[in-house]
Ligand binder design. Structure first.
Ligand code: DC
Length: 223
């Protein structure tokens, strides 16, 4: 089973999941799947289609229909949307879209297919260890202080040529965290058997080294 070669990385926005996932993927020779990008791509498709974002059935139909390419750059129906899925327009709506259980059902099925096609992978998101790959040999819950998460996200915004105050980023993160953790369908929570890593005072290298060692211990010498 491909689940045996999954590293599940969950945690709130701005905890550094993507950077850590890339480092772990490189070290272990596993492909990396950013599931947040999938929810963002569906949100963009729904916004472009002018669908009411509270209509879970309509958005689930969009999630079932769109074509997504998820290696490196993100393509939606053949269009490179890597930058557009990170714009404030999408960020402001993605928690509403991802709270619909029908949307989640479609994307979770695609995530499982992706892992089979790639013979394992490093998968990052909010419900990977709890719902999508509960049998993953290594599950990480990555967290960081609110201030640190806001600073990281602000750096991302500046890198994308958008200047926003750190307080604004902090408020937007808090709003998204509250929806992601409080929703009925697969809320963000720490899996019982997850390792909790606080990234506030650790370097990416330290975190990656720790996760890689745990994966090798859990899966034996063949990895
Ligand atoms: O990781 P991110 O900030 O790009 O994720 C965008 C949103 O997608 C986030 O607010 C919650 C949602 N999400 C989710 O519900 N489940 C996942 N597995 C990944 C992301």
């Amino acid at each position: 089973m491909s689940d045996e070669k999954v590293v599940a990385i969950d945690g709130p926005s701005g905890s550094g999941k993507s950077t850590v996932a890339r480092g772990v993927g490189d070290a272990l020779g596993l492909a990396v799947l950013d599931t947040g990008a999938m929810y963002r791509a569906v949100t963009l498709a729904a916004l472009d289609a002018g669908v009411d974002l509270t209509n879970g059935v309509a958005i689930a139909a969009i999630a079932a229909k769109v074509r997504m390419e998820l290696e490196g750059d993100i393509y939606l129906d053949g269009r490179d949307v890597s930058a557009e899925i990170r714009t404030p327009r999408v960020t402001a709506s993605v928690s509403t879209v991802s709270a619909h259980s029908g949307v989640r059902g479609e994307l979770v099925a695609r995530q499982r297919e992706w892992v089979v096609a790639h013979d394992g992978g490093v998968v990052e998101g909010r419900d990977i260890g709890t719902v999508v790959f509960p049998a993953a040999p290594v599950k990480v819950y990555l967290e960081a202080s609110e201030g640190e998460r806001a600073r990281r996200r602000q750096r991302d915004e500046v890198a994308a040529n958008r200047s926003v105050a750190v307080d604004e980023v902090r408020n937007s993160l808090a709003r998204r965290d509250a929806i992601d953790s409080g929703r009925a369908a697969s809320p963000l929570r720490i899996a019982d058997d997850a390792i909790v890593i606080d990234a506030t005072h650790l370097s990416v290298v330290e975190i990656v080294t720790d996760i890689v060692a745990r994966f090798r211990t859990a899966t034996g010498p063949r990895s």
